[in-house]
Design a protein around this ligand. Structure first.
Ligand code: HEC
Length: 461
């Protein structure tokens, strides 16, 4: 996918382990009369409705008493099994912003309510369903950029890799805090990685012309950029506009991390285009159209602390040991590690594996030997691939070594194994390795050069 090789030089040694206080409580006390209006509605509205509403990922709405009653048996099941709300990261290991985990108390309340035949309680006391903006997870965007024309996904049963541009023209330059990619074919979408192209006003260009999307060019990018009208038209060098990498991201279950205004952000010049260098769909057996779009959220001030991103493992800065080859009928663990050359503050982490992934753990060993726990996923699920953001930046001092372990289950017992009987699965070359049925082992992290006091910054917006 992408590599950014910015690692920085500074010093100071302080350690910080992200430690939340929302440990699951063991003490459960269930009142005699558990009702929707008093007990259940607040739990559902807070933990379920953000996804279970029109336009979001949940397959049905959970916006009212009747919505919940209709799905009661399933709600009991998915909360008992902790399948919902989806949160694969182990809360005993590390904590993150916006962690969605039901307490044992709330799980028990839901169970009792359903076993007691879902009493509504006093409907006058019922909380109002939260009001959301339809078309965005976050609210009304400052700008929406649509595809010039929809992408045609062929129903040929194979993965598809495309490049897409989202050109825009503004009256004046603006600052952006984050971009939300809103998928139209959510079930099929495997990943999106997008950059920003900014044009120099003094040169000539015609970036609204040309193909709006194109099959992935693999190694012939210059040709592809010119077919898509993205190169300057004046035949001068450089032929390509300035590119800011990795400003758009999407993986199953993903929403962009949103930080306070001190952190992140970038500038949009008057003439530019968002360029999805890689949009990857899983196989479909019927022809489909995709008209996904971008929601742009502005910020008032120029960015103060830009963010950088790097990745370990597949396509990344550190090799995988041993080579990512998973023999049939084996459960196998792989390792990758990287020494941090400068003090950095980590803001978010994104583990990535495909269907055979089972366990993922990442931690850092500080120069004095302390362990800084980054993330642990005990039961990897391809459907939920968040960028997990810490509540405060996590400092990694110069000389710290990040270790990442990934365990893959290539036995027939793994229900998600795409092959029956199991066959050898490995990492291919280039896009090949991104086929859903091949494997990847990646640890992506977002960071900024460390500044004194970063550990105390509240990252929440
Ligand atoms: C991050 C978004 C998200 C949140 C939060 C969330 N869900 Fe879901 N839910 C989904 C998606 C997506 C699916 C479909 C999963 C699939 O098809 O594999 C789903 C499926 C379900 C199902 C159907 C399961 C089945 O087997 O048919 C139920 C029931 C459900 N959710 C209930 C809940 C409840 C109750 C909560 C809150 C406690 C909740 N969800 C929170 C996204 C979410």
């Amino acid at each position: 996918m992408h590599i950014v090789k910015n690692i920085f030089l500074f010093l100071v040694i302080i350690l910080f382990i992200s430690c939340g206080d929302n440990k699951t409580t063991t003490k459960i006390s269930i009142p005699d009369n558990v009702t929707w209006s008093e007990h259940i509605a607040p739990i559902i509205f807070k933990n379920c409705t953000p996804c279970h509403r029109k336009g979001e990922s949940g397959p049905f709405n959970l916006l009212s008493y009747y919505d919940a009653v209709k799905k009661a048996a399933k709600i009991k099941f998915v909360t008992q099994t902790k399948f919902m709300p989806p949160w694969p990261a182990d809360p005993e290991y590390s904590h993150f912003m916006g962690e969605r985990i039901l307490s044992e108390q709330n799980i028990a309340l839901i169970k009792t309510w359903i076993e007691n035949k879902m009493p509504r309680g006093d409907s006058a006391k019922e909380p109002q369903a939260p009001v959301f903006y339809t078309g965005s997870f976050f609210g009304k965007p400052d700008m929406v950029i649509k595809m010039q024309k929809p992408i045609v996904i062929k129903g040929n049963g194979t993965d598809a890799f495309l490049m897409v541009k989202f050109p825009f023209k503004l009256d004046s330059e603006v600052f952006v805090q984050y971009v939300e990619f809103v998928p139209n074919q959510r079930k099929l979408l495997h990943h999106v990685n997008g950059h920003l192209l900014s044009y120099d006003e003094t040169r000539s260009f015609n970036y609204f012309a040309g193909e709006s999307n194109l099959a992935d060019a693999l190694n012939n990018f210059v040709d592809a950029y010119s077919k898509m009208g993205l190169t300057y038209t004046d035949k001068k060098e450089p032929a390509l506009p300035k590119l800011l990498p990795n400003v758009i991201y999407y993986l199953p279950g993903y929403t962009p991390p949103v930080y306070n205004e001190d952190i992140g952000g970038f500038k949009l010049s008057k003439n530019g285009a968002f360029f999805l260098k890689n949009i990857h769909y899983g196989p479909s057996n019927i022809d489909l159209l995709d008209s996904s779009y971008l929601n742009i959220f502005f910020r008032k001030t120029p960015p103060k602390r830009p963010l950088y991103e790097t990745q370990m493992g597949t396509f990344g800065i550190s090799p995988i040991e041993p080579k990512l080859i998973i023999p049939p009928n084996e459960i196998k663990t792989f390792h990758t590690f990287f020494k941090i050359e400068n003090d950095i503050s980590i803001l978010s982490v994104n583990p990535h594996m495909h269907l055979l992934g089972k366990v993922f753990v990442a931690y850092a060993i500080a120069p004095q030997g302390d362990t800084i726990k980054l993330i642990k996923i005990n039961n990897w699920d391809f459907r939920w691939q968040y960028y997990y953001s810490y509540e405060h930046p996590v400092k990694l001092a110069k000389g710290s070594v990040i270790h990442v372990y990934g365990t893959y289950d290539n036995t027939a017992q793994n229900k998600l194994n795409p092959f029956h009987p199991p066959r050898q699965v490995e990492q291919g070359e280039g896009n090949e390795s991104m086929q859903t049925t091949e494997e990847m082992f990646q640890f992506i992290f977002t960071f900024m050069p460390y500044k004194l006091g970063d550990e105390g910054i509240e990252l929440k917006k």
